[in-house]
Design a protein around this ligand. Structure first.
Ligand code: EPZ
Length: 416
């Protein structure tokens, strides 16, 4: 069951519901570690990465149950083994998000360095630097981060680079530090804001989440509580691009319309007609896409997690476009696979020059990472003939029931 076959050429039509955000639920699950008593996390997407995070927390000794809605009930009070082993971390680098909360709550942590992944080297030096600034003693020995602190001390931390999980790790840790912490040059992604909402509901005192300056007044303890995870803006953007590629007409409900401005602007520039309702977005595409230039950068600019999908859209556009990837050093691995489908793309350093072709042709292709797999699936939807996407397990890390949702919109996808 590691490949899907897509019979291309069907216009996507109809309505689907957005799932909870992968990149919000993962830091929120890590943050449950700093709350005393049980937390209830709802609107959780059924994803492989969520299962991995749940296993990691349970392995440490947290009491964790998942109900039939995929809601998670977790009580970390009984944790006895604050360790994130290499076997887990290598499959999901977001495991690094356990580092800050473990040190803050339990005074120690042993977390494997994530190492690189397909899209880049993915360092965590800024996570470590920030915790050291809060007084943690940190040694890196045999590929593991060993951290300890009697109690973290609030401090002013200026992030050398904008890092989403780096900001999240330090934000969580600061909530239990003694005194005030100021994180400057903080990431302003919506997922950081959702995390801050959960932390505040636990009793944390946070100001400025969603801006580049986040102030935290540390507390002696926090209490587990309920939080409903925000919708997944990247899933929503991916389905909108799929509809645009097939000249479809879809509506997505349970959306977060304010978090997608850069993506919606680019879809409009490509020729899509978009209408926004209360927590829903509709897209209709009557034409072959116009080429759109993309320049990825931290929020609110165009998200790197939508870059591969727009490579697929531009591949069938009526002209030439340029996509510049500024965050990760190796995030064009979908290009060679799209070229197998007839795309005309040349990669020069961190830029992809795309000459739109009339149509793509179905072919066997192989997924290499989460968002690359999404771009191959949506390319297959628009291609003439059948496309087999191998190693499709990557897509299950970040998209809940993707073939069910697409088939609900009229696609013809079979997993085998
Ligand atoms: C988060 O990754 C997301 N993952 C990524 O989504 C997303 O692509 C990325 O942010 C950028 O938006 C989660 O939230 C779980 P970064 P993260 O730290 O936090 C450099 C997906 O497809 N950096 O913001 O790991 C780094 O090399 C995934 O859903 C350091 O130099 O990304 C990169 O160039 C992929 N030192 C830049 O910062 C550090 O200590 C941004 O990386 C940390 C980061």
């Amino acid at each position: 069951m590691n490949k899907i076959t897509i019979h291309g050429g069907n216009r996507l039509q109809g309505t689907i519901k957005a799932s909870g955000a992968k990149n919000a639920v993962l830091p929120i699950l890590a943050a449950t570690l700093i709350g005393q008593g049980e937390s209830h996390i709802s609107h959780v997407p059924h994803l492989h990465d969520v299962t991995t995070m749940n296993q990691l927390l349970a392995q440490m000794g947290a009491q964790l149950t998942v109900d039939h809605h995929s809601d998670i009930f977790i009580n970390p009070d009984g944790i006895t083994d604050p360790v994130a082993p290499y076997e887990t971390v290598k499959t999901m680098r977001a495991s690094i998000l356990a580092l800050g909360p473990l040190v803050a709550r339990f005074g120690q942590a042993k977390v494997s360095l994530p190492g690189g992944c397909q899209i880049g080297s993915r360092p965590v030096d800024l996570h470590i630097k920030g915790l050291k600034a809060m007084g943690a003693e940190i040694d890196v020995i045999d590929g593991y981060i060993h951290a300890k602190a009697k109690r973290l001390q609030g401090n002013r931390i200026v992030m050398d680079k904008v890092t989403v999980t780096g900001t999240e790790n330090l934000l969580i840790a600061a909530c239990l530090a003694k005194g005030e912490t100021l994180i400057e040059n903080a990431a302003i992604e919506p997922e950081v804001v959702d995390l801050a909402k959960y932390l505040s509901a636990m009793g944390a005192e946070i100001k400025g989440a969603g801006t580049s300056k986040i102030y935290v007044q540390g507390k002696d303890n926090l209490t587990g509580t309920h939080h409903a995870v925000m919708p997944d803006r990247i899933e929503i953007g991916t389905f909108l691009v799929a509809a645009a590629m097939t000249q479809g007409d879809i509506t997505i409900t349970n959306t977060c319309n304010d978090d997608l401005d850069a993506v919606l602007d680019k879809l409009t520039e490509a020729g899509a007609e978009i209408s926004l309702g209360d927590n829903q977005i509709s897209l209709t595409m009557y034409q072959r896409p116009n080429p759109v230039d993309i320049y990825t950068a931290p929020h609110p600019a165009f998200p790197t997690d939508m870059q591969a999908q727009f490579c697929a859209l531009n591949a069938i556009a009526n002209g030439t476009s340029c996509i510049t990837e500024n965050l990760f050093e190796n995030r064009f691995m979908h290009v060679e696979e799209l070229k197998r489908m007839g795309a005309n793309i040349n990669v020069e350093g961190n830029r992809a020059i795309i000459k739109g072709v009339d149509h793509l042709s179905g072919a066997p292709v192989t997924a290499t990472d989460l968002r690359a797999s999404a771009s191959l699936v949506i390319a297959g939807l628009a291609a003439q003939g059948d496309t087999e996407v191998h190693d499709i397990h990557y897509i299950d890390r970040g998209y809940e029931a993707i073939e069910e949702k697409l088939n609900q919109l009229g696609a013809q996808i079979i997993r085998s």
